[in-house]
Each structure stands twice: as C-alpha cells, then as structure tokens.
Design a protein around this ligand. Sequence first.
Ligand SMILES: Nc1ncnc2c1ncn2[C@@H]1O[C@H](COP(=O)(O)OP(=O)(O)OP(=O)(O)O)[C@@H](O)[C@H]1O
Ligand SMILES: [Mg+2]
Length: 238
Amino acid sequence: MKHAAPAVALRGVRKAFPLAGGERLEVLDVVDVVDVELAPGSWTALNGRSGSGKTTLLNLIAGISRPTAGTITIGGDDIVTMTQARRDAFRARHVGYVFQTFNLLSAFSALENVMLPMMFTDVRPRREHRRRAAAILSRLGLGARLTHPPHRLSRGEQQRVAIARALANDPPLILADEPCASLDAHTAREVLSEFWDVCRQDGKTVLVVSHEDAALAAVHRVLDMSEINRADGQPRAA
Ligand SMILES: Nc1ncnc2c1ncn2[C@@H]1O[C@H](COP(=O)(O)OP(=O)(O)OP(=O)(O)O)[C@@H](O)[C@H]1O
Ligand SMILES: [Mg+2]
C-alpha cells in the first residue's frame, strides 16, 4: 500500500448490469458516481434509498465485482486491473467487509468463519488464528457460541460473526453494509461501540451504510447516493 495515497479513490466509476430476457439487449445503469476520495483514517456514511446502488458500490470498492468503466484504487493500488486471484488476495489483506447478507459459510462454525480470512493470508502465524478469532467473537458477546454453525445462531448473532470476520485480518479499510440492521437498539449500541473501538484504535478507514444514529454518530462525512450517483436505475439499449 502506497503511503499517503487516498484509502479509496473512485474515478469515473460506472456499473451497468446486462438484462436477460428482452428481444433487444438491454442494460441497467445502477452506478455512475462522481469522483470520490476517502482519506486514510476517515469515517464516511453512505446513505440513500433502497435500490440506489449502495451495496453495488461497496461490492465495487471491495473488488467483488468489476466496474463497467472507471478506476478504483485502494491505498493507491489499482484493483480493477489486477487479476482475479491478485484482487482476492488483496481483499483478504486490505479490506474487511461486513456484508448486508452476512455471507457466512454454513458448513463452518462461528469460530471457523472468523478464522477463514486469516487462513488466506500470512498476516498471522497459524497457531494464533483460533485464539484471535475467539477473542474477537468474545469481544462481540459471542464467547459462548464459538462452535455454533450459522443456522444455530440468531440473525443478530450471525451479524456479529460477520463483523468479527471483517476484523480478523486487521485490514486498514472497513466496509460495513447495514452492520446493525439485525440487532435490537441496545445490542446495536454495544456491538457498534466494540466495532468502532477496534477501528478507532487501529486508525482504520471506515465506509458504513446505515440509517442508525448509533452507527452515524462516529462518522466525519456523509455521502448521499442521490447526490453522488448519476445513474437513473432504468434499462437502456446496450
Ligand atoms: N446482479 C444484478 N443484476 C441486475 N441488477 C442488479 C444486480 N445487482 C443489483 N442490481 C440492481 O441494482 C440496483 C441497486 O441495488 P443495490 O443492492 O446496490 O441497492 P441498495 O442501495 O444497496 O439497496 P438496499 O438499501 O435495499 O440494500 C437495484 O435496483 C438492483 O435491482
Ligand atoms: Mg444494499
């Protein structure tokens, strides 16, 4: 990661999805964002109505999907031109992503789900993986649920496993898509306070989609999709 480069820089980023079915080939323009930079250590909230492209934008920044046009750099590294394998390895080390849909692996326990990102990198020696995963889960109130697979956890517990997994490799960039949507107000406050403490201690850059005061109190800046996204979300001829 290059020193003093923006934590995230988006230039001319667009994402259009091909639409199947019709007689003519059509595409759906979902993201066409103004250029955006996130400074290292800054905390930003991403707001916008349902369907405005928030998750699509987070997936682009995480390198999970590739833009139709434009460049995306993370700490100065261009993730669009990387090979898929390089991008996956880069994400494992540099990006912690709390997915809106959690994306936990059903065959693995809570502990193993949190250990997995560590196994894909050499950030920590293998002998530390289990202890570190258990420590993060305990910090988020799941110390007594380590061996439970996702289907034996409540939704709010699954959400906390997803948060723990995002922290496992200690990545400099955290993307969190509605990280407390499944938590009651009290648990949301507790979990966020632990989550944000870790992010603050380590000087992480945070981009969070949330409507909740508990999540937004910490942010420096709010980006609203209605202001930064020019895509109209309507089909057009390809
Ligand atoms: N793979 C895809 N193919 C076609 N259209 C898609 C695809 N993924 C997302 N979309 C469309 O892109 C739009 C934006 O979706 P996205 O999930 O980014 O919205 P969002 O802002 O995160 O909404 P929410 O607040 O409900 O989570 C939606 O209209 C959706 O139907
Ligand atoms: Mg979404």
